[in-house]
Design a binder for this molecule. Structure first.
Ligand code: ZN
Length: 480
């Protein structure tokens, strides 16, 4: 999405605005923001305005713009285009269940629309939590134009009375984006097709607020080779993964540029500049493009052979993963296990390959395979939550895991040792995972889970559901 936005902006002499949508405080951390900027920069993408480089329409983090959204939510309330809702989550669950039983689309039933101003005042004075909901017309339809799909019309009865401001005073995506796109003078919104069904809410907000909506273009989402929606279960979805696994940024960018798009002259190898110069949004195909790591590898190989001299390949190889600094971190860990230099690569090769290969029996060891799957899954969820990634934080995550699961740390770690290093003897595990980085580590856990399930030893659907419930009780909510 970012690449096509950039290409469109460059082609039309526009400016690319990078805005951090961090109103979900559980998911958004300074580290996650840094990871986004780093991934885009690695691929050679540059933006004209953003949290790091500033611009005249800042601040560029939504968390620093709360007052702007609250002012517009207040205006909508005063105009009668939005209303306070005091419904408890229990009531909303009940309504949803009844609607589903009646085979209706689950949506808010308009319960709080009938509250009188006195009742609203009274309940606010009682400090009851409340949210702001968007008032949606009861009949008729919303029409808008999509740059790729032409005119789209959706009946208002299909549109939920969306919460636009949560009880903590933070906006939801819908309000924040409309307000920001207007104030930041965004002319074109190029985003994923999953937003088509929400666009009427945005069109309505523009109308209520008296603003002109931007042009919309909804691009198809990437898919796995089996045509399912791209997911990290089947493909690493983090750009950092490809950096850590030794891909060239130019090849990565080229491959992403081929996702649903072909250059007018059909050439397969092209640079960012060439993509930008010739970009036409109308050429984006609506069929879900397949993201296939094997094809990406093939393209990467072509870049290595056709675009670089052996000397340049050597230099890039030396610089990979931070260059000598990376090895500087490995040496102290390897030293106690070294007699000759020949010993070095066998024990540290797991830090340099994309993923180690090992037999299932080794992964399971003396434990029940399904128990191993359980622990791997819980660890995957716990590691998703890690906001820092170093030896000590990893150590405390696993200590906590051992304690909660009632296992000895050594026993708990055995399968992790195998899926990280591919062997039973290697460098210390937490240091190894810290050096591997979050993305390679998590992908290795997913691959181990995959190996177990391919051999009929993984978690069943039912088992996974039960585990999720259990996890929420002892570890808290998941982040996905
Ligand atoms: Zn309500």
């Amino acid at each position: 999405m970012a690449l096509f936005n950039l290409a469109f902006a460059r082609k039309h002499g526009g400016r690319m605005v990078l805005r951090i949508e961090d109103t979900d405080q559980l998911r958004s951390t300074p580290e996650s923001e840094e990871a986004i900027l780093q991934a885009l920069s690695w691929m050679g993408m540059k933006w004209d305005e953003g949290p790091d480089c500033g611009g005249e329409f800042g601040p560029y983090r939504q968390s620093e713009r709360t007052a702007l959204y609250q002012a517009e939510a207040q205006r909508l309330l005063e105009q009668g285009n939005a209303y306070p809702c005091f419904c408890s989550s229990e009531r909303l669950d009940q309504v949803r269940k009844e609607q589903m039983a009646n085979k209706e689309t689950p949506r808010y039933d308009g319960h709080c629309l009938s509250l009188t101003p006195e009742e609203i005042e009274e309940r606010k004075n009682q400090n009851e939590p409340w949210v702001v909901r968007l008032k949606v017309p009861a009949e008729g339809e919303c029409r808008f134009t999509d740059e790729l799909r032409g005119e789209i019309s959706i009946e208002w009865t299909q549109i939920d009375h969306q919460v636009i401001q949560k009880s903590d005073g933070f906006p939801t995506y819908h309000l924040a984006n409309v307000v920001d796109d207007h104030l930041m003078e965004i002319s074109h919104v190029i985003r994923g097709e999953e937003w088509i069904s929400s666009t009427p809410k945005h069109v309505l907000l523009y109308e209520y607020l008296g603003w002109t909506p931007p042009s919309f273009a909804h691009l198809p989402l990437l898919r796995n080779p089996d045509k399912s929606k791209l997911s990290k279960r089947k493909n690493p979805t983090s750009i950092n993964y490809y950096q850590d696994a030794g891909f060239l940024p130019e090849a990565m960018l080229n491959y992403l540029g081929m996702m649903g798009y072909t250059l007018p002259d059909q050439r397969e190898i092209f640079s960012l500049d060439e993509l930008c110069e010739t970009f036409e949004i109308k050429r984006v195909s609506l069929g879900g493009p397949i993201f296939d790591v094997e094809k990406l590898k093939w393209l990467n190989g072509r870049y290595l052979r056709e675009k670089l001299s052996p000397e340049e390949v050597l230099q890039k190889l030396i610089d990979w993963k931070g260059g000598p600094d990376f090895f500087r971190k490995i040496i102290p860990l390897a030293l106690p296990r070294l007699e000759t230099f020949s010993d070095f690569f066998p024990i540290s090769q797991f830090l340099l390959n994309e993923s180690p290969v090992y037999p299932l029996e080794e992964l399971a060891g003396k434990q029940e395979p399904v128990e191993v799957a359980r622990i791997l899954k819980v660890a995957e969820w716990e590691l998703e939550k890690a906001s820092t990634w170093d030896r000590d934080s990893l150590s405390s995550i696993f200590q906590n895991l051992a304690e909660k699961e009632g296992k000895k740390l050594k026993e708990l770690l055995a399968p992790f040792f195998v899926c990280m290093t591919g062997s039973k003897v290697s460098l210390p595990l937490f240091d190894g995972m810290a050096l591997l980085g979050a993305d390679l580590t998590r992908t290795r856990i997913r691959k181990a889970l995959q190996l177990l399930s391919e051999n009929g030893a993984g978690l069943s659907k039912k088992g996974l559901k039960a585990l999720e419930k259990e996890y929420r009780q002892s570890y808290g909510n998941r982040i996905d």
